[in-house]
Design a protein. Structure first.
Length: 445
């Protein structure tokens, strides 16, 4: 083994920690100290990992972790040879560090493990760079960046989410004296009363085609940005021109069809109204991504860039979920597997970054065959994982989509079918789809 490989594996530091655990006494629980740093022992060499598993198994049963007990445990599990036998256990015990030094050496072990993983990631990136086609370079860079982001979290991220319940309970009770402001708003008064958009929330807005999903989410994006909060929209279904037309139609109250046609179809008064709203629209903290291929790593990178630029986690809108790709390159996934993976990754991204993520989603045809045609959460298409991961699920229903002469023409029901931190109910709003927008009932302008 070369000197570099010896340094990378840090056998001396591992031996110091394992030896100290083999000499542990009830008076000073070094196993617990080491466990806070080493976790499951994946940072250790295979032989020492086997020893560590035996030590933690005994410790978990409140049994001594001395050399004879660890030897017996390794024999019981059939791992004694893998651990190097009784001779190596004796060598580990003789290499023990002092009880007060265990955590320092354990930190060193974890640091070397992180260095090994980092170097392995660089080797994989270099191998990929030698083989990849030029057209696939952006995807390869995003995948490598996602891997580096994961490695950069290290064990400290897991430690930040671990601790005794009572450690922070007093501070939490004290924090309840102040009201908590929602980190994002929908701009729909009644919906904001029911659904509080908190950091880490994933909200799914689902419906059959032409129910107004894009109108709702684009309206939310504009309202949130108008409140001064950073907002990011990933538009997989609509291109830049169509989105711009919808924004102008909504804000300037111009018939969307006239903007789509352009030229003579746009009246003089339309131009006047557009010029009036342009200054405000240009200053909105609203960022757009029209890339046809969106992956979770791309969403994460965009969020992190906006946090660096604005100092706040943004509201993120994805239109729509089932069009997203995973970060996997190669191999085949079913639609169910792909959507499940994307859904879970978006939940993790929201929790890690503090962003609120709102996803449009398609429903299957189940509601079409149901009396009243009202959708249900179980109608979500492609994956039940969406229902599990979402904090809030809002289903869109328009009676006038099926019956133009309905007594409820012009209305959209926002059926809150899941609300992890609030009530489930139905919020009725008005649609002005000729302007490409959704409004509160009875609102003016």
């Amino acid at each position: 083994m070369s000197e570099t490989e010896m340094v990378m594996e840090s056998p001396e530091a591992e031996a110091c920690v394992m030896g100290a655990c083999l000499l542990a006494t009830p008076a000073y629980d070094v196993v617990a100290d080491a466990g806070r740093v080493l976790g499951d022992g994946s940072a250790l060499s295979p032989a020492n990992e086997a020893v560590w598993r035996a030590i933690t198994a005994l410790h978990g049963r409140n049994q001594p972790t001395g050399l004879p007990m660890v030897e017996a445990e390794l024999r019981r599990t059939g791992d004694l040879d893998r651990a190097g036998g009784i001779v190596r256990l004796s060598q580990l015990a003789s290499a023990a560090c002092g009880s007060g030094e265990v955590e320092h050496y354990a930190d060193l072990v974890v640091g070397y493990a992180a260095l090994r993983r980092y170097r392995a990631a660089l080797v994989r990136a270099e191998q990929t760079a030698r083989q990849i086609a030029p057209a696939d370079v952006p995807d390869a860079i995003r995948a490598h960046q996602a891997e580096l982001d994961y490695l950069s979290l290290g064990e400290s991220e897991a430690d930040a989410h671990y601790g005794r319940l009572g450690d922070d309970l007093h501070e939490h009770v004290k924090s309840l004296e102040e009201s908590v402001e929602a980190s994002a708003v929908t701009g729909l008064r009644d919906l904001d009363e029911v659904v509080k958009l908190r950091p880490g929330n994933v909200v799914v807005i689902a419906g059959r085609p032409a129910m107004g999903k894009s109108a709702v989410t684009l309206g939310i994006a504009l309202a949130n940005a108008a409140s001064g909060r950073p907002t990011l929209v990933h538009s997989l279904e609509m291109g830049k021109a169509e989105v711009n037309n919808r924004v102008l139609a909504s804000r300037a109250q111009i018939g969307l069809h006239r903007l789509m046609d352009g030229g003579p179809a746009i009246e003089d008064s339309d131009w006047t109204r557009m010029l009036k709203v342009l200054p405000d629209l240009k200053t909105l903290p609203l960022w757009m991504d029209y890339s046809a291929r969106i992956t979770p790593s791309r969403v994460r990178n965009r969020i992190k860039a906006l946090i660096r630029e604005t100092g706040r986690a943004p509201l993120v809108i994805i239109d729509y979920l089932q069009l997203m790709d995973t970060d996997q390159r190669g191999g085949r996934q079913t639609a169910y597997e792909r959507v499940s993976e994307v859904s879970r990754e978006l939940k993790i991204i929201a929790e890690d970054t503090g962003a609120v993520i709102i996803c449009c989603a398609q429903l299957n045809r189940g509601s079409e065959h149901r009396e009243g045609k009202r959708p249900m959460v179980s109608d979500l298409r492609d994956s039940g994982q969406i229902e599990q991961d979402a904090s809030v699920i809002i289903l869109l229903h328009r009676e006038d989509a099926y019956d133009p002469y309905s007594a409820h023409a012009g209305e959209v029901e926002l059926i809150v079918g899941k609300n992890r931190n609030g009530p489930t109910c139905t919020v009725t709003v008005a649609h002005q789809l000729h302007f490409g927008r959704i409004r509160d009932m009875g609102s003016e302008g």
